[in-house]
Ligand binder design. Structure first.
Ligand code: 5AD
Ligand code: SF4
Length: 456
């Protein structure tokens, strides 16, 4: 990490007049991790962070374009933040991430020309040069058609994280699937696996820094290693990470059902640090719709994976993404989706109304589902899911769970259990922060388990 140390040298003068940056992040965990990396870069440049955009010298929006709603949100926020130039004419507005990649210069035109800096998830590490250009009053817009050769250099900058005890680690970027509804391959490119040495090194550095739980990230983490000249299975990476002293818990998001192969399931059963939780999107329960979505599995194959997972990890808490109202979805198709909910009994479900994305095949499909039908199905789906989550929550009462305590506030320790449930304990034991501790659950609500520490 020599590069970073070199960049760390901030002059005394800079220290006194530190510039302030306000960062607003939209979208998925990959974007959150990218923003953490951007913060690392900006810290090295001597920036201070602020939560008040009105006092910022640099406002940076890390954007998402997965559905139409985030697109609209980003434009609305730019509309608001551009007012910063009224009271600080030197302030710069930067836009990065997926919407920047998708729209490029067009986004700046739509925003009334107020954007000074633009880049995407490909070239985060070019930010220092882009800022330099913007400081000279030039437009610093760098939207590359594909990731640059030096892409992995961005990992030489350490991330700045909100929480000291757990950390995201991007292990791959992009996606090679061709889901007909999805914009991601356009915004994040082809699958690129991060070299294993770079991943293991970052984890070792994080552990030294006090991190106990690591959360591997990628659009399709289960495909990690496939694109290497000599492919390496994802399960191998899991075993190597588990060998690192100090790694107490491992999570990974997002998996693709067909890439969740038997060796990965076996590793999940064998590696004690792997959390009792898995996010495995199924998108639809109808085989006809799955085919139209270009999802390469059937409902039965998806369920088979879940049953296998439950065999090796009987307490596993499943979560998933599902889309309602994909073009051509009939009532019968929708009932198949509800059937998956009943069979898997997800403890968390992220459900989305289908949103046509420009340039994706499904946006051109003729039989788009009317919005009122999508809304009505969504309501029914949420009702079913609410009931299941209430029923599933009850099973925690009387059980012992193992949260990693990450916060102390209002006389309570708060942490996430292996099953990814929030756990709250009334106690003055602040010394247990950053530790995985057994807790007996007295009361379980859908989102929070309340309990007492089990004294050994
Ligand atoms: N419309 C609705 N939901 C979508 N997702 C991705 N693209 C779309 C779209 N066009 C959902 C999928 C994915 C999650 C991140 O967002 O469920 O897993
Ligand atoms: Fe949004 Fe997808 Fe980009 Fe994440 S990868 S920010 S979900 S468009």
């Amino acid at each position: 990490m020599g590069k970073v140390l070199e960049k760390n040298s901030v002059s005394a003068n800079e220290k006194e007049n530190k510039k302030k940056v306000f960062i607003k992040t939209f979208g998925c965990q990959m974007n959150v991790n990218d923003s953490e990396r951007i913060k690392g870069i900006l810290k090295n440049l001597g920036y201070e962070f602020t939560n008040d955009w009105k006092e910022a010298d640099l406002i940076l929006l890390n954007t998402c374009t997965v559905r139409e709603k985030p697109d609209r949100k980003v434009l609305a926020h730019i509309g608001e933040y551009k007012k910063v130039k009224e009271f600080n004419p030197n302030a710069k507005i930067g836009v990065c991430g997926c919407l920047a990649q998708r729209m490029g210069e067009e986004l700046n035109r739509r925003a009334g020309g107020v954007i000074d800096i633009m880049f995407s998830s490909y070239n985060i590490h070019h930010l220092p040069q882009l800022l330099e250009k913007a400081e000279k009053g030039e437009k610093a817009i760098e939207i590359l058609p594909e990731p640059p050769k030096d892409e992995w250099e961005m990992f030489e900058y350490p991330t700045i994280r909100e929480n000291p005890y757990w950390a995201y680690i991007t292990i791959m970027k992009g996606c090679d699937k061709d889901c007909t509804y999805c914009i991601v391959p356009q915004t994040r490119g082809k699958e690129r696996s991060r070299p294993i040495r770079s991943i293991l090194q970052e984890i070792k550095d994080l552990v030294k820094d006090g991190v106990k739980e690591i959360h591997l990230l990628g659009q399709n983490v289960t495909a990690w290693g496939k694109d290497f000249e000599n492919p390496i299975p994802f399960s191998y990476l899991l075993y190597k990470i588990a060998e690192i002293d100090g790694v107490e818990r491992i999570r990974f998001t997002t998996g693709y059902p067909t890439d969740l192969t038997d060796d990965v399931i076996k590793a999940m059963g064998e590696i004690p640090q792997i959390a009792d939780a898995l996010h495995l999107p199924f998108q639809s329960g109808s085989n006809r719709i799955l085919k139209l979505m270009h999802r390469y599995y059937t409902k039965e194959e998806y369920l088979e994976k879940v049953y296998k997972l439950k065999e090796v990890k009987p307490n596993i808490a499943m979560s998933a993404d599902v889309i309602v109202g994909f073009p051509g979805e009939t009532e019968e198709d929708f009932l198949e989706t509800l059937d998956v909910l009943e069979k898997v009994r997800f403890e968390q479900l992220f459900s989305f109304k289908y949103s046509p994305r420009p340039g994706t095949p499904a946006a051109e499909y003729p039989d788009q589902v009317p919005d009122d039908v999508k809304t009505e199905r969504m309501h029914r789906l949420l009702e079913v899911q609410k009931r299941i989550m209430n029923e599933e929550a009850k099973k925690y009462e009387g059980r012992i769970v193992y949260p990693l305590f990450e916060r102390y506030s209002d006389g309570k320790l708060i942490g996430r259990s292996s099953e990814n449930k929030w756990v709250e304990v009334k106690t003055d034991r602040k010394d247990l922060l950053g530790k995985i501790v057994p807790v007996k659950v007295n009361r379980a609500s859908v989102y929070v388990l309340y309990g007492d520490i089990v004294e050994s």
